[in-house]
Design a protein around this ligand. Structure first.
Ligand code: G3I
Length: 420
């Protein structure tokens, strides 16, 4: 099946105009032109040794920011009390600094989380001991990466899906004061970094029918009233295809948070098929593309509403399905990323790129006049019809009806949509 699909893929390409050069695909470049500070990706250390991954990661202007997926987690940074291991996190920081394909900023993740803890933290401490532990951990992280982290996820996921504070060792020792304490300590240790609270299911009440959003807002107000510095809120946005809240709803939730903090960001975006059906269908990829468009559109709308940069950036939680966290944690779900397993860009990729181009005012007319050959690329990939929902007579791939024979009519979409 895979071989047939691959053959069909190449046969279909043979009769087509050649895809436009890679230089036209620059998410970070167009995100910036559309008013964001960056488009970034999360990355984990084993990928740094994969040349194919690195070439996509470093292609010109694609990603303007990196977030370490695991390297800065407590377990990896301070596996033994007061013993700090920096090599993996430094390797990612150095990749950002090296500037191949454009210098990247570093979003740092994460100082205090109930997961990813070393066993020595997973025990009972007095309040005084926990303050001492948090101080040493946060200070060392902040000092080590000072000047390198544009932003820190200081506290991650302190509140569960029902709006209840998680029973982490930090909470058990200090109650919710551990949050203010962490933000205060981070602000003192690195006054120049943007300090974030980061969580999932904050995107809309539709995703958290309980009081998670209102409890989180109240918690942030309390932290600030107690003198803690919180600059931003990260909306992780681990979402499911077909179950993404409407763009307007996500934008209005972000606006609610902007009454409490200065900025928001999409920090861990991926949209998984749940359940993952095989063989996949074109409709699945179109829905995923629309869903990515809703999230990115919400961020752009927030900025329009404020006349400035308030939703500062979008980070995907890795860019290729090859390394997505989803199948290892939720085996029946997946294919959540913008690139597939084979580093082929999906329809969702072109949708996101085209949204940035539209917001940046890159017009088809300019392309025709030869002033911007790049906007043609998005249209060539059939993106317009997906973004706007308008039917457009693009040639299409026939879906496999299960009998094994499938006719690929012809389309440059073959480069964007993986079927099979
Ligand atoms: O490091 C060991 C390695 O030595 C061993 O060979 C391997 C065998 O399974 O496990 C490795 O550790 C795993 C690590 O990922 C690296 O692959 C851990 O067991 C595993 O728990 C860890 O999962 C990470 C998870 O956070 C927990 O820290 C995922 O990669 C990572 O994508 C996920 O990211 C979180 C964000 O930090 C917060 N928001 C939700 C998001 C998704 O769950």
């Amino acid at each position: 099946m895979k071989l047939i699909t691959t053959l069909q893929h190449f046969l279909s390409l043979a009769s087509l105009p050649l895809p436009l050069p890679l230089a036209s695909a620059q998410l970070d470049k167009y995100a910036k032109l559309a008013g964001l500070s960056y488009f970034g990706t999360a990355v984990d250390n084993p990928r740094l040794y994969n040349p194919q991954y690195m070439s996509a990661l470093q292609s010109s202007d694609e990603f303007g920011s990196l977030t370490p997926i695991n390297a800065q987690k407590w377990k990896n940074i301070e596996p033994v009390q007061q013993v700090f291991t920096w090599a993996e996190a430094d390797a990612i920081a150095n990749t950002a600094k090296a500037g191949v394909g454009g210098k990247k900023t570093l979003r740092c993740h994460t100082m205090v989380w109930f997961k990813g803890l070393p066993s020595w933290v997973e025990t009972t401490y007095s309040r005084a001991d926990m303050e001492h532990i948090l101080t040493a951990h946060i200070q060392n992280l902040a000092w080590h990466f000072k000047g390198r982290c544009y932003a820190w996820d200081v506290v991650n996921e302190a509140i569960d899906d029902n709006g209840v504070f998680r029973q982490s060792p930090m909470y058990k020792a200090m109650g919710i004061d551990f949050i203010t304490f962490s933000f205060k300590t981070a602000a003192k240790a690195d006054p120049s970094a943007k300090l974030y609270y980061n969580d999932y299911a904050l995107e809309s009440p539709f995703l958290s029918p309980g009081p998670k959003i209102s409890i989180t807002l109240a918690m942030l107000r309390t932290v600030k009233a107690q003198g803690g510095t919180v600059h931003g809120v990260g909306f992780q946005s681990h979402l499911k295809v077909g179950l993404v809240p409407p763009r307007s709803e996500m934008a209005s939730t972000m606006q609610q948070f902007l009454e409490v903090v200065d900025e928001v960001a999409i920090t861990e975006l991926d949209i998984r098929h749940s359940p993952l059906k095989t063989p996949s269908t074109r409709a699945m990829w179109e829905q995923q593309a629309r869903d990515y468009g809703e999230v990115v559109g919400a961020c752009l709308d927030v900025n329009k509403g404020y006349g400035g940069r308030k939703c500062v950036g979008v980070t995907v939680w890795d860019f290729t399905d090859k390394y997505s966290w989803v199948p290892s944690e939720i085996p029946t779900e997946g294919e959540a990323c913008l690139w597939d397993n084979n580093y082929v860009k999906k329809l969702a990729y072109w949708t996101v790129l085209n949204m940035f181009k539209s917001a940046a005012g890159v017009s088809k007319r300019a392309a025709v006049n030869g002033t911007d050959s790049e906007s043609e690329t998005a249209a060539d990939h059939g993106v317009e019809s997906v973004v706007t929902g308008r039917a457009r007579p693009v040639p299409r791939e026939e879906e496999d009806q299960g009998g094994g024979t499938r006719t690929v009519v012809a389309t440059t979409l073959a480069t964007a949509v993986r079927v099979g």
